[in-house]
Design a protein around this ligand. Sequence first.
Ligand code: CA
Length: 220
Amino acid sequence: MKIFVVEDEEEIANDIAACLNDAGFVVSKCDNGEDAWFLGSTEQFDAIILDLGLPKIDGLSVLKRWRQEDVTVPIIVLTARGNWTERVEVINSGADDYLSKPFQMEELIARLRALLRRSSGHINPQIQAGTLTLDMNQKSITVNGNATPLTPLEFRAICYLIHHQDRVVSREELKEHIYEQEEGRIDNAVEAIITRLRRKLGHDQIETRRGMGYCLKAAP
Ligand code: CA
């Protein structure tokens, strides 16, 4: 799952990115409103964490522009503490949640996970697909109740597929959501990850749709 972090204070942005990485997310960072507006409108993210005080275009304007353009991605806004009118305006402008600065990283991660679950139609921290159970809090995957160790890339891939189960996910889309910008994207890398996942999780879980992509069946 790829998270877009828009925050101009480098130290905070790096802290958020490190914690998100630890929690199994891929992060893309941006430090100003103008680039954020463009990237948020043109690239596919699973969620956005948006600071309000940004150079070039302020966060609230960016938020409003995205929603006017029908960018539907879930957004958590970072607000100043104690300013309730600002928080009301943020929610009225289309934010899904907010967090007042300073905040605990654990709370940000918890809210982000909850938001991602809801946006994919799930309520519990454990998401089921056939014999697989993904636990976002534990960052674990079990097959018929047995824990199966996965590499970070494998976890990111299965995590995305489980959140989008019963839908065909193209190789390009999967690649987009599991790799950091800087990471080398070798063309058949996604296939290699899928092969390893099938070996570890069972061969009938992930179907290949020729010329279209992969589909993780809710009931294989
Ligand atoms: Ca700021």
